[in-house]
Design a protein around this ligand. Structure first.
Ligand SMILES: [Zn+2]
Ligand SMILES: [Zn+2]
Ligand SMILES: [Zn+2]
Ligand SMILES: [Zn+2]
Length: 266
């Protein structure tokens, strides 16, 4: 043991070797039998945890014979529950499934698991093979999958906030050129307007803007950073994002072309 650290969140014990469950039992025993500590107020002891990243390869994307039904994260969860090699493993998030490539019928499954900091659970799993239906699949180590980034300045996907090229900022709510936190001050939507039908009332002072706008990435009634946005739901699926952006660009250039043609005809 190197030293003990005490703060208002708890007691941390720094050791010079990787602690095992048996070491925790010794400390647990000491605490429960100490007169100075009220054991009832002590939470369960645990080892510090960190996330590890794995992927499973060799899995069919359409696992059901003669069916176009796709592999789901609950399929994977069921398989993991039934397999003893995952007995002591707890997932840090739902398994994520992507196609190996758009035309492939194979999948890659990304698993984020909780592990002790030495990564001992991960080490036991890496390069293990197991049966999944009629397939032998393999577990490999993976890098942290950050997915596609969303810029918190212009709210477009595919670049980080630091590499944003636009001047100023866009509002996550209304996509107008002001910072999201200033929406309330710039919000034309909350000012009274008698000229429109039906007339708009002023939003009372101290109330949040109740108006909804279309997402600037996808035509849905949600904020650009909402977790119901299809862009958010597919944030780990780079292929999907690329496809979607290509489509949006095509549509834009088509509409620019038809505008130009229309202008020429006049
Ligand atoms: Zn940006
Ligand atoms: Zn705004
Ligand atoms: Zn408003
Ligand atoms: Zn959206």
């Amino acid at each position: 043991m190197d030293y003990i650290w005490l703060d208002n969140t708890g007691i941390a014990i720094i050791t010079n070797k990787v602690a095992q469950q048996s070491d925790l039992s010794i400390i647990d025993h000491y605490i429960k039998n100490s007169d100075d500590i009220n054991a009832l107020q002590v939470e369960d002891l645990r080892l510090p945890k960190s996330k590890s990243y794995l992927k499973i390869i060799g899995i069919p994307f359409y696992p059901h014979p003669n069916s176009q039904e796709k592999l789901t994260s609950s399929d994977i969860e069921t398989v993991l529950k039934q397999n003893h090699i995952f007995d002591n493993i707890s997932l840090a998030s739902k398994p994520r499934i992507i196609k190996v490539s758009p035309k492939s019928d194979m999948a890659i499954v990304w698993l984020d698991i909780w592990d002790v900091q030495s990564g001992q659970n991960t080490k036991l799993l890496i390069n293990r093979c197991f049966n999944m239906g009629n397939n032998i699949v393999t577990i490999r180590g993976a890098n942290m999958n950050l997915g596609v980034l969303q810029c918190k300045n212009c709210w477009k996907w595919g670049h980080s906030t630091f590499s944003c090229h636009i001047q100023g900022a866009k509002c996550v709510k209304c996509n107008s050129p002001h910072k999201s936190e200033h929406h309330r001050e710039f919000d034309w939507c909350c000012k009274a307007n008698a000229k429109i039908n039906p007339p708009r009332l002023k939003t009372k002072k101290g109330k949040l803007c109740p108006h909804t706008f279309k997402c600037s990435n996808y035509k849905g009634d949600h904020q650009a950073d909402s977790n119901i946005c299809p862009f958010w739901r597919h944030r780990f699926n780079r292929e999907w994002h690329i496809k979607k952006y290509t489509k949006i660009h095509e549509n834009r250039s088509q509409s620019i072309c038809s505008e130009e043609n229309g202008a020429r005809k006049q």
